[in-house]
Design a protein around this ligand. Sequence first.
Ligand code: HEC
Ligand code: HEC
Length: 317
Amino acid sequence: MVVAVTAIYFRSNIKPHAANGMEEADAVGPAALYLPPDTSQIRQSVHAALIWYGRELIVNTRKYLGPDGIVKQVSNQLNCQNCHLEAGAKTAAYSANFLGVAPNYPLYRDRSGMMETIQFRVNDCLLRSMNGKRLDTASREMKALVAYILWLGKDVPSGAKPVNSKIEQLSYLDRAADTINGKKIYAVKCRLCHGANGYGGYSIDSALYYPPLWGPGSYNTGAGMYRLSRLAGFVKNNMPFGVNHGESQLSNEECWDVAAFINSKPRPHKLFPNDWPDLSKKAIDHPFGPYTDGFSEQQHKYGPFGPIANERRKKIN
Ligand code: HEC
Ligand code: HEC
């Protein structure tokens, strides 16, 4: 049976962004939201068992691959789903879902300076977001993750960049993000679930798992979320838990500040010295030098980012 592609175009409520010097700057053009196939379709695939296992690994990563993992011990206290919500299939805009992978990989990325396979990209999140180790590409677990991610994007036309697979690039503040204001926002909007010490844990009244935002069980300093723009854009459209694009409870300013507070707290430190082999392409908010500009690591971490972006634009033009 052929299943029709479901693409919904929202021209009014999702505005394309102008490129602003961030590597993930959204392309200009109609922003397309794609819907994932229904899981009831998985059984039609010859790889059904593998795809289901892949989905299970995304949802319950810790159980299988965490510090006490029943299959291997290669990841931390997080589940892939803690960031790639709803098993990587959340449909609202800017949900960091996996629908853009099948139509775009292998993909050239500035961070590695090479064409990346899906396996390479998955291992990147294992090494950084999951502060762990690579999975062997031949392992059943890697095959399952890839099978599920490919299945999710199977109906997305080649080259399309679903807006729900992205993290929103919020406009820059004209000041540095403020950890003190961020701490206040955290107390009101986040602490209830993620805890006073940021370590998360299980809620008392439900089986819901609140992931750690900092501390030994969280993402390391090489992770995408350690860049302020990624964390702020994620929070804007997805947190507090249950929020979707268009329903944000926080202003952009509050998102930058709470992100600054979270990323000012201790977490596993891991350097990836081979990142951005072309330094002029290094993400503006990557807080570790060397850089091709004269701005400090502090400014590359908390901003103000405008002056850094302006100088880069001058160099390119
Ligand atoms: C702490 C948050 C976090 C966790 C946990 C996490 N990731 Fe990611 N992942 C990210 C971020 C941030 C990006 C980059 C998104 C962006 O910048 O648009 C990303 C990107 C990806 C991509 C590329 C998506 C694309 O469209 O190019 C894949 C594939 C991926 N992650 C797989 C995984 C898998 C598999 C796991 C679990 C083993 C995982 N991630 C766990 C934060 C996380
Ligand atoms: C109602 C409870 C709740 C509140 C309040 C809440 N979160 Fe979350 N948060 C969650 C849950 C649950 C997840 C994991 C989602 C999943 O696995 O489906 C999560 C995931 C995250 C993640 C990605 C995983 C990680 O550990 O890095 C970040 C970042 C995050 N939250 C930040 C925040 C921030 C910032 C606030 C406050 C503005 C906030 N959250 C408020 C429940 C909450």
